[in-house]
Design a protein around this ligand. Structure first.
Ligand SMILES: *[C@@H]1O[C@H](CO)[C@@H](O)[C@H](O)[C@H]1NC(C)=O
Ligand SMILES: *[C@@H]1O[C@H](CO)[C@@H](O)[C@H](O)[C@H]1NC(C)=O
Ligand SMILES: *[C@@H]1O[C@H](CO)[C@@H](O)[C@H](O)[C@H]1NC(C)=O
Ligand SMILES: *[C@@H]1O[C@H](CO)[C@@H](O)[C@H](O)[C@H]1NC(C)=O
Length: 483
């Protein structure tokens, strides 16, 4: 018996000796697992809570900011060379995170005040990269702030001179009542001029200007008895351009490449057709920005947000209160895409599709629907996009080759759905397949980007005016010959 027990114990002992290394390994594996879990939880916590601002910022934008914060301390010690000696206009932007610390010190990096970073993350604007409506918020805001300090624009004097003996001065002067609902679709054009003339960007010193503004209004010409037709507008614009070429010396320094004009009326697209340098070189800022527009040049020209006159911000209706899937109301005669839409979806009870006006107030459509369609009419653009954004209705853009405004700053895929015109038959399937979380994120992002799609009588930071000027800013840096 005893012998048997001893034998048994011996066998157990041998088994234990054999198993021991595995047990130890098992314990180690379990411990590592637990540690990993804790770490992930912590990360989540840090992400969800902006308590650890500095950490959060680093997580989102990488090592760069840590270095910059260090730099600021150094700059206080006077180790950074003065910016005016730097060969770079904006070193941070032209360089990657990988750039060496010492290299940055030598050439002088502007300080990003840590204060500002904190302020922003408190506002919840630094979102996780994958959901942010910005391609790169940090780069954008740094450059934007530089613009606010630096940008200078020279305005040709016609915008300031009320010449009683000239019948054309109304074409150049700022509109006196831009919120007049009659201006409707061309509101953005007038608001740009008013905002610019009242801004600190304007300089009297043409030498320090980055850009030169040609202040003619296509919309005013359209309503002017002597310049009404498309061809009269072309002649007027060509004549005006030739006049500033001969009267002032600024144009010839770059062949007009630092000159720009702004309009929202699509008739303006031909305005430059009789002046070759104006067409090839000058920057056209237009609502009708389309890759397939004959006289629109992508990357040179700029898409202007088209916004309907609106004095006040609307409170957003929450997603749960939106009981219709889709809203669209508008003329359908002017586009095949709209006709298809009407044919295919007018009977579907989850769609509110109207040929002409809706049976309820227009605004109501944007408030009660989850998605609001922007469908190409004569032009790629309408004010529906900003209407939808302003009302928190996720825009569905069915307008092929629309060069979307601000697309180099904003990631439109994070707050809108872009559908090829040929996919109108699949529209419902496409919209119903959007995951709930994605929808909520797009809705939330509308609340963030809506300030970029609004004009104010007194311009505000990041509004359509400043965002459009920012588009000019990133086209700066031309070589000019001396005048
Ligand atoms: C700057 O340096 C001091 C110590 O010299 C440190 O306490 C402080 O946190 C630093 N500030 C930043 C923004 O890094
Ligand atoms: C005012 O307009 C008239 C007619 O176009 C022109 O002859 C005159 O030179 C203008 N005066 C000024 C100060 O620009
Ligand atoms: C600019 O150049 C054009 C010809 O290229 C010339 O006719 C015009 O007089 C020049 N303008 C000035 C102000 O010198
Ligand atoms: C919509 O309804 C009308 C009549 O109610 C019918 O003639 C038409 O074929 C329907 N269209 C579709 C796409 O189902």
């Amino acid at each position: 018996m005893a012998f048997c027990n001893i034998k048994k114990s011996f066998k157990l002992f041998k088994l234990w000796v054999f198993l021991r290394p595995f047990t130890v390994m098992l314990i180690v594996v379990v411990m590592v697992g637990v540690l990993l879990m804790i770490q992930t939880r912590m990360k989540d916590f840090i992400h969800k809570n902006v308590v650890f601002v500095q950490f959060d910022v680093q997580e989102n934008v990488g090592v760069k900011n840590l270095e910059l914060i260090k730099l600021q301390n150094r700059s206080n010690k006077g180790e950074i060379l003065s910016l005016s000696n730097s060969p770079y206009q904006d070193f941070i932007h032209n360089n990657d995170i990988s750039v060496q610390f010492d290299e940055q010190i030598k050439v002088g990096v502007k300080n990003i005040e840590p204060m500002k970073l904190e302020h922003r993350s408190n506002k919840g604007e630094i979102l996780s990269l994958s959901n942010s409506p910005y391609h790169n918020w940090e780069l954008f805001i740094t450059d934007y702030e530089e613009m606010m300090k630096t940008l200078k624009i020279f305005v040709y004097p016609d915008a300031f001179m009320s010449n009683k003996s000239s019948t054309f001065s109304s074409i150049f002067l700022p509109h006196t009542n831009p919120f007049d609902p009659k201006l409707g679709n061309y509101f953005s054009e007038h608001m740009f001029k008013i905002a610019l003339l009242g801004s600190t960007f304007v300089t009297q010193n043409p030498k320090e200007a980055h850009f030169y503004y040609m202040p003619f209004s296509i919309n005013a010409m359209r309503n002017h008895p002597q310049v009404h037709s498309a061809s009269a507008i072309e002649d007027f614009v060509a004549g005006y351009t030739d006049r500033i070429i001969s009267e002032f010396k600024f144009w010839n320094a770059s062949g007009g490449a630092d000159h720009f004009y702004v309009y929202c009326h699509s008739i303006g697209r031909d305005a430059a057709s009789k002046q070759q340098e104006l067409h090839h070189n000058a920057i056209q800022v237009t609502c009708s920005s389309s890759y397939f527009q004959r006289l629109y040049i992508a990357h040179k020209d700029i898409g202007l947000p088209q916004v309907w006159p609106r004095q006040h911000e609307e409170a957003l209706n929450p997603p749960d209160a939106r009981y219709k899937l889709v809203f669209f109301a508008g003329r359908v005669q002017n586009s095949l895409a709209r006709q298809d839409l009407l044919e295919l979806w007018k009977n579907d009870s989850s769609f509110d599709i109207f040929s002409g006006s809706s049976s309820f107030p227009y605004k109501e459509g944007f408030r009660r629907s989850r998605y609001c369609l922007h469908v190409k009419g004569y032009e790629v653009n309408t004010a529906r996009v900003s209407d939808a954004i302003q009302h928190g209705c996720v825009p569905v853009l069915i307008s092929n080759y629309y060069d979307l405004p601000l697309a180099n700053v904003l990631d439109w895929s994070k707050f809108s759905i872009i559908v090829n015109e040929r996919d109108i038959p699949h529209l419902k399937k496409i919209l119903l397949s959007v995951p709930r979380r994605t929808y909520f994120n797009m809705y939330k992002n509308l609340g963030i980007v809506r300030r970029h799609f609004a004009w104010y009588s007194s311009p505000k930071e990041y509004d359509s005016f400043h965002m459009t000027v920012y588009q000019l800013w990133i086209r700066k840096g031309l070589h000019r010959v001396a005048w």
